[in-house]
Each structure stands twice: as C-alpha cells, then as structure tokens.
Design a protein. Structure first.
Length: 262
C-alpha cells in the first residue's frame, strides 16, 4: 500500500513538472486593436500557420501562446497581410493590429509594439488584463508622464527659440536700416563776412552699431538652432527610442523641469 502511494506521488510530481515546463516553454503574445471609428466596420480573422486564433475588430484584445522560434501571423480581407515575429520561451510580446483603408474594404496591418506602449494601449481596452501584465511594464504610467513632459519640454524650447529668432531678427533689421541711413554729424561755424564753414565731426556710424548688429545676428542663429534641435521630428524619434526601453540622454533629462510634468 505504501509503495502504491509512493508511486502515485511520484507520478503526480512528474505530471505537474511536465505541465509547468510546457507553460514555461511557450511564448505569450497579446494581439490588440484600438477602439477607433476609422475602419471600425472592417474585421478579420487572425491566423497562425493557417489556423484561426480569433476575430479581430475595433477594440479587440486576444491572448495567444505559441512555441519559441519564428512565427508568422496573417489575416485576409481584400488582400492578405502578415507579420513575422521571433519569440523566445517564457517571454511576452505585443502586436498592434489595425486596418489600412483600401479601395474596397481595407487591408489588415500589424506592428510589434514595445511593452511600455502596449501597456498604455491595452489599459484602454481592459484594465484588468493591463494590470496583470508582466512587471516590466508596470511603470508605464510613469513612462506616460515622462513622454508628456518631453512633449512639453520640446514645445517650450521650440517656442523659446522661435521667439528669440523673431525678436532679435526684428532688432537686427532695425539696426541695419538705421546704420544704412546714418548721417555724419556736422557743425556749422559762422565766420562773419568770410562766410560759414561746415566741419564734419564723424564720418560714419558709431562702432557700437556694428556690435549690436552682430549681437542680434548671433541671437537669431542660436534661436533658429534651438528651434531646430527641438523639432517635432526629433521629439518623435526620442519618444520612439524611449518607448523601446532605452534611457533618456543625460542632456535631455537635465533640462526637464517640474512644470513639464504638469
């Protein structure tokens, strides 16, 4: 009897170990599609190796597990689209689904998303699932605040640079016009019957005029440079890099202020 119980216990442990190993050897993929009006009337079936995973429409969130390796997922409407993803055992991946408006119906679109971005998007669809995502994305709220602060910083710097260029540009133009119209200072000395004599005191604009023009030119150049360094294109590149999990450059972090997070 004791021997039978021992064998039963060993078999139970073996089965449990196999189940645990089987779960750990699979990769988990979240497929989600934002709830948007554009293209909301178009849905499609998501497939893996020809097998249907489930329907994808506006506001859909699907969870799927598959073996490690290169996996291909596809969908078909008026045309077929697919995405190839290399997954590892025990890891979690996120694929954003969408629809590109076509001639007749629309074409399915797929894009692998970062964990941080996916957390924010999935939270809009299902807060319960979003809160249960792996711990590495639990800081997404902080990440969202940082992204908002970056947008405010770039807007503030871009506006400041543009304002500086415009103000000092106007001052510079005024200085140039004033210098071009400068008239030498003259003094007329009356010498009685001998007539009068005109003495020219200065032959050209004061040197300070040229210094002021040069200063305005420098301020215009620095203003334009600042506005260019904080352009929307560079902001988008920085945010995308940050969403992929890369740290912010120290130069950018040092410029963030408390008001940028409001």
């Amino acid at each position: 009897m004791k021997k039978q119980i021992r064998y039963l216990f060993i078999i139970t442990l073996f089965v449990s170990a196999c189940q645990a190993y089987g779960q750990d050897s699979l990769a988990t993929i979240y497929f989600y599609r934002a709830s948007k009006f554009a293209g909301s009337f178009v849905g499609y079936n998501l497939k893996h190796n020809g097998n249907i995973i489930g329907p994808v429409k506006s506001g859909t969130l699907l969870t799927y597990q598959c073996p490690a390796g290169v996996q291909i997922f596809s969908a078909t409407t008026e045309s077929e689209s697919s995405i190839k993803v290399e997954v590892a055992s025990g890891e979690t991946y996120y694929i954003e689904c969408g629809i590109a408006v076509g001639v007749m119906v629309g074409k399915p679109t797929f894009r692998q998303a970062s964990a941080i971005q996916a957390k924010v998007d999935i939270e809009k669809l299902d807060k319960a699932i979003a809160s249960a995502l792996p711990s590495k994305v639990l800081e997404s709220n902080q990440a969202a605040d940082t992204i908002r602060a970056l947008a405010n910083l770039f807007q503030r710097k871009r506006k400041g640079g543009t304002t500086r260029a415009v103000v000092f540009g106007a001052l510079g133009i005024g200085s140039i016009i004033g210098t071009a119209n400068y008239k030498p200072t003259t003094v007329t000395i009356n010498q009685g019957s001998a007539g009068s004599q005109i003495i020219e005191i200065s032959s050209g604009p004061p040197a300070i005029n040229y210094v002021f023009i040069g200063f305005n030119a420098i301020m215009v150049v620095t203003g334009i440079t600042q506005a260019s360094n904080y352009s929307t294109q560079k902001l988008d590149a920085l945010i995308n890099n940050y969403k992929e999990g890369n740290p912010l450059p120290a130069k950018i972090k040092s410029k963030l202020k408390a008001k940028d997070f409001k």
